[in-house]
Design a protein around this ligand. Structure first.
Ligand SMILES: *[C@@H]1O[C@H](CO)[C@@H](O)[C@H](O)[C@H]1NC(C)=O
Ligand SMILES: *[C@@H]1O[C@H](CO)[C@@H](O)[C@H](O)[C@H]1NC(C)=O
Ligand SMILES: *[C@@H]1O[C@H](CO)[C@@H](O)[C@H](O)[C@H]1NC(C)=O
Ligand SMILES: *[C@@H]1O[C@H](CO)[C@@H](O)[C@H](O)[C@H]1NC(C)=O
Ligand SMILES: *[C@@H]1O[C@H](CO)[C@@H](O)[C@H](O)[C@H]1NC(C)=O
Length: 447
């Protein structure tokens, strides 16, 4: 399926504006259109490449506008309510073929506690042993973009890169939220927002239980990567997990988490001497959107150059996802960052981290296991260490395991022998002895 266009007579579902595109992000641009945003030849080449890579995320899977549109009964619903519930035809997806898969639209909560529609996928394992119920895992995905066309549930494999599929293969039932603003466009996506992304994750669990009553274990846990690692860290500090409405939350696994984006930007810039080559520089237009999403939309971003801000308008215009968004500022000096001291002087980044970051001195309610590669070009491990120390100072129980030589994605599979048994123990009810501890592993072939 990967990379193969997959069009199934969907024309009637598509809005007229994109009548010739299978997905809202399958757009083409002319030089004239993008030059208005200051995107010259080099920028156009990067953009073309970025959009191509974005398309590969979805594998040509059609975007079902009907499903992502707000449900007619949204206005009377409560958080955790299921608004839409549909099975997938698994043979149209590229996922382990024994699974059954569904998608739901449900109600989450927004920045002022208001109800917001969100969508999620759910997978069920083929079986459990007699007398057992499938264990329920909430999966929190990593960066895929900020525009509504970038929903993981609209991808041919639900945006797997050895992430949620590891849980499914281990026999867990998985609910994977898209987060609000991805898929449904009722509100702007709250990018790298540990507080609000944890809300979406929390309510996805309640919605999954309402969609499948009495199906799952009472115990549930969460696992997330990158942005989703931040969501899981936020979940451990979200007082909702102490209640019984969701069942019994038993802890979370945060892989390469973006818990504190001010520190992250700063540490990464320090390491790369703001060369603009840092992979994380690619995330700055997205982080700017994350800040705008909790401020008036026209808020001027204090760490982006004017040129970068202008070009960022292309993200919405062309419905860019992860790679496309990163490509618009790639050829600018310092990749569009205003100056070498722009991050450390950014009040917006500081405020955002304080308000919506994790490991800000809040009390955590459950254990957290954090796994981090030491050659991570996206989430700098020194920033994760800062978050770890802040959490421990607040009296929380965090285990941080460092993996020398590993970049952002390899840590997912490299650490499976550590986090899978950790989850298994929590589900079996083994009392946690975890205290704050930091450990550095040794790779087989040395480092
Ligand atoms: C964009 O261009 C590609 C090939 O260059 C083409 O296959 C596709 O249909 C075009 N998309 C739209 C929306 O015109
Ligand atoms: C939001 O989505 C609806 C239906 O899915 C669409 O009709 C509408 O144009 C979209 N609004 C924006 C601002 O993109
Ligand atoms: C909303 O409507 C759908 C479709 O009719 C239904 O399945 C769902 O249960 C309703 N949800 C609520 C909360 O009323
Ligand atoms: C599921 O998709 C496959 C592949 O496109 C198709 O052959 C099959 O008829 C579909 N099944 C149903 C029940 O729609
Ligand atoms: C992490 O911090 C140490 C100590 O300050 C420094 O030597 C190292 O270069 C930093 N590494 C990265 C990837 O930022």
């Amino acid at each position: 399926m990967r990379g193969t266009p997959f069009f199934i007579g969907l024309c009637s579902l598509l809005s007229s504006q994109f009548s010739h595109a299978a997905r809202p992000n399958d757009l083409n641009f002319t030089a004239e259109e993008v030059e208005k945003y200051g995107c010259g030849e080099k920028c156009q080449a990067n953009l073309r490449e970025g959009m191509k890579t974005d398309r590969e995320i979805f594998g040509g899977y059609p975007f079902d506008h009907d499903f992502y549109a707000i449900a007619s009964n949204f206005s009377d619903a409560k958080p955790g309510d299921v608004l839409k519930f549909e099975p997938f035809n698994v043979s149209t997806l590229s996922i382990p073929p024994d699974l059954t898969a569904y998608r739901i639209q449900y109600v989450s909560t927004g920045m002022d506690g208001e109800n917001v529609p969100a969508t999620a996928f759910i997978t069920l394992p083929y079986m459990t042993y007699p007398g057992q119920k499938p264990r329920l895992m909430a999966f929190a995905h990593g960066t895929i973009g900020v525009t509504s066309s970038c929903a993981p549930s609209s991808s041919y494999n639900f945006y797997d890169y050895y992430t949620w599929i590891m849980l499914a293969i281990a026999g867990y039932a998985v609910v994977g939220t898209d987060y609000t603003g991805l898929g449904n466009n009722y509100t702007a996506h709250k990018y790298v927002n540990c507080v609000l992304n944890s809300e979406d994750t929390y309510w996805s669990v309640i919605a999954a239980r309402r969609a499948f009553p009495n199906t799952f274990t009472k115990r549930w846990a969460a696992m997330g990567h990158s942005q989703g690692g931040g969501a899981v860290w936020g979940l451990s500090e979200n007082p909702r997990v102490t209640g019984s409405e969701s069942g019994e939350y038993i802890g979370g696994v945060a892989l390469a988490p973006s818990a504190r984006v001010f520190d992250l930007s700063l540490e990464s810039a320090k390491y790369h001497e703001l060369s603009g080559e840092a992979a994380s520089a690619k995330f700055m237009p997205l982080i700017a959107k994350g800040i705008q999403a909790v401020n008036p939309p026209s808020t001027k971003i204090d760490f982006l150059s004017d040129a970068a801000e202008k070009r960022s308008e292309l993200i919405d215009k062309l419905q860019l996802c992860l790679q496309g968004s990163g490509s618009v500022t790639e050829d600018l000096p310092l990749a569009g960052v205003k100056s070498p001291t722009a991050f450390q002087n950014s009040d917006q980044l500081k405020d955002f981290q304080k308000k919506y970051g994790a490991a800000q001195g809040k009390k955590a309610f459950r254990d957290l296991l954090v796994l981090q590669g030491m050659a991570d070009e996206t989430v700098n491990y020194n920033a994760t260490k800062i978050a770890y120390r802040a959490a421990c100072e607040a009296g929380n129980s965090v285990r941080l395991s460092l993996y020398p030589g590993l970049d952002h994605r390899p840590v997912l599979t490299a650490s499976v022998r550590e986090w899978m048994p950790w989850l298994d123990e929590r589900f079996r009810g083994v009392a946690s002895q975890q205290k704050c501890v930091m450990h550095t592993w040794k790779p087989l072939l040395g480092e």
